[in-house]
Design a protein around this ligand. Structure first.
Ligand code: XUL
Ligand code: MN
Length: 353
């Protein structure tokens, strides 16, 4: 019989989110529905909500980053680093926002335009400077527009080579920096070049410093690729490549919803927690990141309930994972009684067993 996996010392989880999780409710079909809560004031909310990690786009750290020189960018980032320290916060990663400026309309590193690719590289260097100035060792890459609306638009092989070159260049620019790739299969592009953990991990191994390239798994992105988020996390953990996670949920194959963790599929969320617990995630200080959007109907400035609720549900599911009778699970597995295992799992989630 398979030996039951019993948790040794329980992990104390630390939580993070990016300031874009507190938003005013604009969507592609309508404007803001809540007053703006000043960006700079968001950092003051983290600790009371139970979060100590901050995920940042480069221009979350330095607004209007393109209008400053490199030394000015570094000086402003240093100031923010001090603000975060004063709040008792730690910057988790800095992600160049390579999907917003005009120069990235057809992709950043994979654009067909030499000038636009140069912009992407210049902007990436600034993002590394920002990270370094804040004492943060990680660059996040969500390759938002690295893909096509029509596949004939680009050479896909060349695109992969260009993405790998960009990763290598980033690693070479700062030998201490890590690169974490957040895969997503679509939106804003019809088809993205790095849709899954498998693609991201292949890039990591192909890079010049595989140990410095990791992955951020977002539950909703995995679901958009029609994959199980817990498997995507497990695959990364098996390769020691789970840099961070973006927990949330998604109601089927439609636009990226960033719903509260566990709100659509509680059992699926439970399985993600089980994988993280059993994989030892968080033991080396990795953050449990949330990437959740509040409902457009929600009132209040700022609106933070979705963050607190998703964190709460995560912790509740950790309790569920820890109170699961592992011996019993092993017995079901040993007898190959998966009907029994399923019923036990559901009753456990319902609080009956
Ligand atoms: C996009 C997404 C982004 C990244 C950070 O779908 O998830 O929020 O997580 O840029
Ligand atoms: Mn995300």
């Amino acid at each position: 019989m398979e030996k039951p996996q019993l948790s040794p010392q329980p992990t104390t989880y630390r939580f993070s989110f990016g300031p874009w999780n507190i938003s005013e409710g604009a969507d592609p079909f309508g404007p803001n529905v809540r007053d703006v809560f000043a960006h700079g004031r968001k950092f003051g909310l983290y600790r009371s909500l139970g979060f100590e990690g901050v995920q940042l786009h480069d221009d979350d750290a330095v607004p209007d980053i393109d209008s400053f020189t490199a030394p000015q960018v570094a000086a402003k980032a240093k100031e923010l680093g001090q603000v975060l320290r004063d709040e008792g916060l730690q910057p988790e990663f800095v992600a160049p926002r390579l999907w917003f400026p005009d120069a990235t309309i057809d992709g950043a590193f994979t654009s067909n335009s030499d000038g636009d690719r140069q912009y992407a590289w210049d902007r990436t260097q600034r993002a590394v400077d920002v990270a370094r100035a804040m004492g943060c060792k990680t660059i996040g890459f969500w390759f938002a527009r690295e893909g096509t609306y029509v596949r004939e638009a680009k050479s896909a092989k060349l695109a992969y080579e260009r993405l790998l070159a960009a990763i290598n260049r980033t690693l070479a620019y700062d030998p201490e920096i890590q690169v974490w790739i957040e895969p997503k299969p679509n939106e804003p592009m019809d088809m993205a070049y790095v849709p899954t953990a498998g693609h991201a991990i292949a890039l990591a191994y192909a890079s010049e410093s595989p140990s410095r390239v990791k992955v951020i798994i977002e539950s909703a992105h995995a679901l958009l690729a029609n994959l199980d988020p817990s498997d995507e996390m497990a695959f990364c953990l098996a390769h020691d490549k789970l840099g961070s996670i973006h927990l949330n949920d998604q109601n089927g194959l439609k636009y990226d919803q960033d719903k509260n963790f566990g709100s659509v599929n509680l059992r699926g969320a439970f399985n993600q927690v089980i994988v993280l617990e059993e994989g030892g995630y968080g033991r080396r200080g990795e953050f449990v990141g949330l990437d959740v959007k509040t409902m457009r109907t929600q009132r209040g400035v700022p609106v933070t309930e979705h963050l607190a609720s998703s964190r709460r549900i995560f912790l509740d599911l950790v309790d569920k994972a820890r109170s699961l009778d592992r011996v019993r699970v092993a017995e079901y597995r040993g007898k190959r009684d998966y009907e029994g295992l399923e019923l036990y799992t559901l009753e456990h989630l319902l609080g009956r067993k």
